[in-house]
Design a protein around this ligand. Structure first.
Ligand SMILES: Cc1cc2nc3c(=O)[nH]c(=O)nc-3n(C[C@H](O)[C@H](O)[C@H](O)COP(=O)(O)OP(=O)(O)OC[C@H]3O[C@@H](n4cnc5c(N)ncnc54)[C@H](O)[C@@H]3O)c2cc1C
Length: 401
């Protein structure tokens, strides 16, 4: 079998893989770059199924990768979107405390904003309602973050794909990587064998599987959570995004509002444990072996309430009950009486969440692991869409110079 040689091979053609390819071709135009993607497009998973929010970086402790690359990535992503005249709503975000506990986290968030260089203002309930008449500041206080914006994530990814191709990069769809030899740099698909000077594992929901294929020792297991959204009927409009001040012990931002380019307002996403990597609806995308092991692993953690997972599960159960999502959203927004809310089946995502089995916690930062010729990007959870430009800079500087 013939072997195609490349300078850089990227496994996974979602936003993280595409931005890496794009930046690589800008930095080293002569080098050959190949992206290998198992689907027939770049937006089947996280990249095409997220809220499309360009996050500011206010949430994350300053020393984390999420803080560093969210802040640097967000600025670049915004510039990119503007330079290509793609849709963007620079609407800003309101963060509201929804309980005594989240009220206590407000000063910590403001401190993180300061440390991360994010513009944020504490405002009174009246000031917030003047900005967004539908927000419901039950504690008469909240944070305004002007930088936060919304884009169309599919449009962004497809634009970067066009740029990669224009710059001479190759993107190979319908090719699943089935083997990785990290020592010699070989990558196998059902049709072809490739050899890369460097290989980047940007396989999102499957990044831990690719890491396993290449034999890297790991203390992590996969623990996916589904994010489901609900859609308001079209007469309900919002100018700002409204988020809760989240439980900072968990890597989730909480149910919030987001709107799309047509002005449709959604609330979500949920954080429901799910027992298959692609189990977007019903019984689809379930594999029996994985289903059994994820079910066992989750219920064990739930039994011992590891990382507050039992509390989270009960809260999620509440969202399944009639009126649950109205109740959840009523601590953020008002004027929803009589406005129909339905499940947005077109908008369901699954988080590539990993769990640290040694330290017993849901990993809350991105994890980068070097193994011979391979660099693995694990736990590419939110805000990896926002952070993709920053992450790409770091990986090119540290692993490809
Ligand atoms: C509900 C939800 C809402 C979110 N909202 C936001 C938000 O508002 N803002 C934000 O910044 N982030 C958000 N995120 C996070 C964001 O969507 C992800 O972090 C981001 O999409 C990760 O991109 P990726 O390229 O790593 O993954 P993906 O988009 O999943 O791409 C990985 C690709 O690898 C491919 N692949 C997997 N295995 C193989 C293989 N063996 N061979 C070849 N190809 C393979 C997959 O098919 C996939 O296309 C959200 C996530 C969820 C779930």
């Amino acid at each position: 079998m013939s072997i195609a040689e490349k300078d850089l091979i990227i496994i996974g053609g979602g936003i993280v893989g595409l931005v890496l390819a794009y930046k690589m071709k800008i930095k080293f135009p002569q080098k050959t770059v190949l992206v290998i993607e198992k689907e027939n497009n770049s937006v089947s998973h996280g990249t095409g199924r997220n809220s499309g929010v360009i996050h500011s970086g206010i949430y994350y402790p300053p020393e984390t990768l999420r803080a560093k690359y969210c802040v640097s990535g967000a600025k670049q992503l915004k510039e990119y979107v503007k330079s290509r005249s793609l849709w963007i709503d620079q609407c800003g975000k309101i963060l509201l405390p929804t309980s005594e506990k989240s009220l206590e986290s407000l000063p910590l968030l403001m401190e993180r904003a300061k440390n991360n260089g994010v513009e944020a203002h504490v405002l009174s309930g009246d000031q917030l309602c003047a900005m967004e008449p539908n927000c419901n500041p039950i504690f008469d206080i909240g944070i305004h973050v002007p930088f936060t914006s919304v884009v169309d994530p599919k449009e962004v990814a497809n634009s970067i794909l066009d740029d990669v191709i224009k710059l001479g990069g190759e993107v190979l769809y319908n090719n699943e990587v089935t083997e990785v030899d990290s020592l010699n740099g070989y990558v196998q698909t059902p049709f072809m064998r490739y050899r890369g000077e460097v290989i980047i594992n940007a396989a999102g929901l499957y990044a831990d599987k690719i890491a396993g294929l290449s034999g890297i020792p790991s203390c992590y297991s996969f623990l996916p959570f589904k994010g489901k959204y609900w859609r308001f009927e079209s007469k309900y409009k919002m100018q700002k995004l409204v988020y809760p001040i989240p439980n900072l012990d968990l890597p989730f931002l909480g149910v919030h509002t987001v709107h799309n380019r047509q002005g449709r307002v959604y609330v979500g996403p949920s954080s429901t444990p799910v027992f298959g990597r692609e189990n977007y609806s019903g019984w689809s995308g379930l594999e029996i072996k994985e289903f059994m092991s994820l079910t066992f692993s989750f219920f064990k953690k739930m039994l011992f309430n590891v990382n507050g997972l039992r509390d989270l599960a009960f809260r999620e159960l509440g969202l399944l009950l009639p009126g649950g999502i109205y109740r959840e959203s009523s601590s953020l927004i008002k004027n929803t009486n009589g406005v129909k809310l339905s499940i947005a089946s077109e908008k369901v995502g699954i988080r590539s969440q990993i769990f640290d089995d040694q330290k017993d916690y849901l990993v809350s930062d991105f994890v980068i692991k070097r193994q011979e010729r391979v660099v693995h990007i694990l736990n590419a959870i939110s805000p990896a869409f926002t952070a993709s430009f920053g992450l790409a800079d770091m990986i090119l500087d540290e692993y490809l110079d």
